[in-house]
Design a binder for this molecule. Sequence first.
Ligand code: BYC
Length: 472
Amino acid sequence: MTTAPDYTDKIPNNVNLREDRRLQRALESWQPDFLSWWDSMGPALPTRDVYLRTAVNVGREGWAHFAHVPMRDYRWGIFLAERDPGRQIGFGEHKGEPAWQKVPGEYRADLRRLIVIQGDTEPASVEQQRNLGATAPSLYDLRNLFQVNVEEGRHLWAMVYLLHAHFGREGREEAAELLRRNSGSQDSPRILGAFNEETPDWLSFYMFTYFTDRDGKYQLGTLKESAFDPLSRTCEFMLKEEAHHMMVGTTGVDRVVERTAQVMVENDTDDVAGLGVVPLPVIQKYLNFHYSVSLDLFGGETSTNVANYYTAGLKGRWLEDRRADDHRLTDDSIMVDALIDGQIDQTEVAALTGLNTDLRREYISDCQSGVNRWNKILASAGLPQRLKLPHVAFNRKVGAFAGIEVSPDGEQLTPQDWEQRNGQWLPTDVDKTYVRSLMQPVHERGKIAAWIAPPRNGINGKPFDYDYVHLG
Ligand code: BYC
């Protein structure tokens, strides 16, 4: 059962850590390594304190506390959602059996792998965003960046807790490895592709928090269904924090589009590159990039790994309990994207092996809602231009389309065509240099950079000109 979190503990937690001295000691010995990782790989901009939300409880109401805190003193804690003692497994061959409180031996390796992959992404994103503070467009945005960073740090703690508590020596070794791999490192890169890409500017940051954090939402949503109850409860609580990250991405892109549209209308021109805002075609290229690398995070269209995870009860579907089927899927099929005789097509496969496709489809329709929102901003500015999601086969490195080149409209290209034309669709060095040239820091209270509109609302009812961050 969960208990009220104890803040007198070195590691705030609601898992009765005090009663398991061995585990407590193991985590306390990981803590200094985490802090030294945070010092060397976390936010580089020196700050005195930041107006942060800290998780203090898991209940429906009042789980968060807001205050100015030095980031290094942020109380990274271990919080699992309330336990439902009667919880039953909702899918796969163990459907209807009680959820597991311990890891069954036969699933140990697979569960560890899922937890390690999830855990690896969390510190990776902090590393990717390390230098963004130096070019923040406002203190409000700077605070949001740091909020995302400390919570990704907490999500790492969440996975490390599971590794230490349930996977013995191997788990402790994996926890150490999570701090050893680094985003973009030649020798020991992060596990998944998107987490080795750079996040060099704030447009990339908003696109990342829109598209890549949204993959996080869907992956966590499937792990929340897991038969392994501690994983399920951890993910349930992580999803609450994740919602803020998505808000940062959605409204961040909103505000870039809004400001660009404003300058286009004021100057009656599409050609705004000299006017200090991001041209729409460049926004589209950033969108194309972040969307396509995030699609890769769902794995192959067909996967025996995912079929086994589902059958075993380790990883479910998005909103599993709302699906009107037998939740076993042994006799079902699904159409998945495929390359047939070299052409983009679809093929029918067993529903179980097509589960990565099922999840990717849920994700794609959610991504479309952001695009619709940004297009409404363009429409209400009276502009005819529209943004769109590129074709699912565009710029893919994982899955059925990894071996072909495709335009955003789905036209198949020769490698030579792709070589010549990809600069029309993906950010070029010129685009990136231009976007970076806009990234002049605005660290003054109540002020904002000219390339982005101010937010509609501040944080926790505070105004935009609140002193969200005190710089060091
Ligand atoms: N890059 O059978 P397949 C987040 C590998 S984001 C490199 O199709 P599977 C966050 C794969 O490992 C959410 N390698 O894969 C966001 C496999 O290797 P092996 C993170 C890749 O297992 C923002 C082989 O290719 N959480 O939280 O069905 C900020 C065959 O692939 C990639 C999770 O991902 C890739 N993109 O699906 C902060 C959840 N894709 O076994 C945080 C946990 C595949 O042949 N992970 N491979 O050596 C999983 O559920 C699954 O492992 C995957 C892959 C969906 C990642």
